[in-house]
Design a protein around this ligand. Structure first.
Ligand SMILES: CC(C)(COP(=O)(O)OP(=O)(O)OC[C@H]1O[C@@H](n2cnc3c(N)ncnc32)[C@H](O)[C@@H]1OP(=O)(O)O)[C@@H](O)C(=O)NCCC(=O)NCCS
Length: 173
């Protein structure tokens, strides 16, 4: 179902199975879908969502109120954006999510409320994104992090174990 009263759809947008999606808005929160956007089957897009131009949205994605996806992003199949950190919470406490221009999100990733995914960043399949992702960085896993952060954490863990530089006293651990 596409609620045409409160949904704006740009030119050349392709919704492959209009009968198998749920795209809706309301008087206060129009849902906007840009030009040249591709939307697969079994996708739900809620009120106030803004999707830029030339975005690809795979089948089975859930995109609730508060999500903005900028131009040229790739959203893999089954990606789940969330807005209510402590459900069921009041709407006033819901967090917004922004996916910046050109970012890519792998299949079945979960994005927690309040997150920004930077320009051209890449989120690995199945990741749970709990912190902002910097522009151009690849993150993966649960919780999602970059290989670089993981390496630094590994080095820190070893240094802590050996109590190098009096780290334990310094960090009070
Ligand atoms: C995240 C991703 C880009 C990493 O690619 P890569 O840098 O080539 O990584 P590699 O395959 O060399 O794997 C490097 C390590 O990361 C791990 N890894 C790779 N992808 C992972 C993921 N999504 N989640 C957790 N760990 C992952 C590998 O197991 C490997 O671990 P190891 O070093 O302990 O052996 C890729 O795996 C991915 O998830 N792409 C998205 C695919 C997708 O959903 N496409 C949607 C269209 S269908």
């Amino acid at each position: 179902m596409i609620d045409t009263a409160y949904v704006e759809i740009g030119e050349n947008a392709r919704i492959w199975h209009p009968e198998l999606v749920n795209i809706y808005g309301n008087k206060e929160a129009i849902c906007r879908i840009g030009n040249g956007v591709n939307i697969g089957a079994f996708v739900e897009i809620g009120p106030g969502v803004a999707i830029g131009d030339n975005v690809s949205i795979g089948a089975h994605c859930f995109i609730p109120e508060g999500v903005t996806i900028e131009d040229g992003c790739f959203i893999g199949p089954g990606v789940c954006f969330t807005n209510d950190k402590y459900p069921p919470g009041h709407k006033d406490s819901w967090g917004k999510i922004t996916v910046k221009r050109g970012a890519r999100i792998g299949a079945r990733a979960v994005i927690l409320p309040g997150i920004t995914i930077g320009e051209n960043a890449l989120v690995g399949a199945g990741s749970v994104v709990t912190k902002d992702v910097l522009a151009g960085v690849v993150v993966k896993g649960n919780p999602a992090c970059s290989s670089f952060s993981k390496r630094i954490l590994g080095i820190l863990a070893v240094a802590l174990q050996r109590n190098e530089f009096g780290l334990r006293e310094f960090l009070k651990v």
